[in-house]
Design a protein around this ligand. Structure first.
Ligand SMILES: [Zn+2]
Length: 312
């Protein structure tokens, strides 16, 4: 049996800073961030959104090479995408986590999707010569599937950010630059919806902390406070040992990245700076902040966020 591809799955909820951390990790030799890989067979290969190198996905030579290597006898993209959609539904959690009813059609879909992902991850490592892939899909069901299907050598990093900052970010109107054929906004959610989804995502990702999978909790706030130190820690976790050369944020050999989906930051070229985004402290009223804190108190406390309203 051939060795499985080492994959670090970054779990949690959207707007937690994973794109910034991806860009930072791209400078670490051996570490290959691929963005939100669960969208490979849909938004990337299907909808032909922009790769982070700026090209439409199906015109990106990097991904053409990866797909040719992964699927030498052709890829039934529609079938794989359909399997991904079935597996990424919340109702599939018990089937994936505990194996209930994972026979028949759903079982076949799990094998189809697992085989396709395993082939794609391995091809990324073959093309880049990298040691570990960072998959920032964040969506917990993707992580649960990777754990259950055992198609990769998995490690997990739960990325958390203050629920109030995350909920505020989801209320803001922003353009999706990766959609190049029309003008489309990123989805917006109410504060309460984001707050509930934040708790659910972090809880479900926490199920991967099962004692047999290497697991790390990373706070976004700790990263922006000490990007160099935290980048080294994350790189060491991803690589399973200290990087051979010293790493520092915003330095190192950073060529064009080729990542799937993610924050507009990934298409911003070489401009990479870290500044704590604390607009929520002034933009959210004390009442709004309190409402978010009381709807997600367990997670807020667990990850060390003060429940009292914060001012800028
Ligand atoms: Zn590309």
């Amino acid at each position: 049996m051939t060795a499985k591809a080492p994959v670090l799955f970054v779990g949690g909820y959207g707007r937690s800073g994973s794109t910034l951390i991806d860009l930072a990790l791209a400078s670490v030799p051996g570490v290959v961030p691929v963005g939100e890989f669960r969208h490979l067979f849909g938004r990337a290969l299907g909808d032909n959104e922009l790769c982070s190198c700026g090209r439409p996905f199906r015109k990106c030579p990097f991904w053409a090479d990866v797909i040719a290597r992964a699927f030498p006898s052709g890829l039934d993209r529609g079938e794989v995408h359909e399997a991904m959609r079935a597996i990424n539904r919340v109702v599939s959690v018990p089937r994936i986590r505990y194996g209930f009813g994972a026979r028949g059609h759903f079982g076949r879909q799990m094998r189809t999707y697992g085989d396709a992902l395993a082939a794609a991850y391995q091809a990324v490592l073959d093309v880049t010569g990298g040691q570990v892939i960072v998959d920032s899909s964040k969506y917990p069901l993707h992580g649960l599937f990777l754990r259950a299907s055992e198609v990769v050598d998995l490690s997990v990093m739960l990325l958390v950010r203050d629920a109030r900052a995350v909920a505020y970010s989801w209320t803001r109107q922003r353009i999706r630059p990766e959609v190049h054929w029309e003008e489309q906004n990123m989805p917006q959610h109410s504060l309460l919806r984001s707050s509930a989804a934040w708790s659910a995502s972090n809880f479900l990702t926490g199920l991967l902390d099962d004692g047999s999978t290497p697991y790390r909790v990373q706070r976004y706030e700790d990263f922006v406070a000490d990007p160099d130190g935290q980048l080294e820690e994350i790189a060491a976790f991803a690589l399973g040992g200290r990087p051979k050369t010293p790493v520092a944020f915003g330095t190192g050999p950073r060529g064009p990245t080729h990542t799937v989906a993610g924050n507009p930051l990934r298409l911003a070229g070489d401009r990479l700076e870290v500044k704590a985004d604390v607009a929520w402290k002034t933009e959210l009223s004390a009442w709004q902040q309190a409402m978010i804190a009381v709807t997600s108190p367990i997670g807020m406390r667990r990850f060390g966020y003060p429940l009292a309203p914060q001012r800028g």
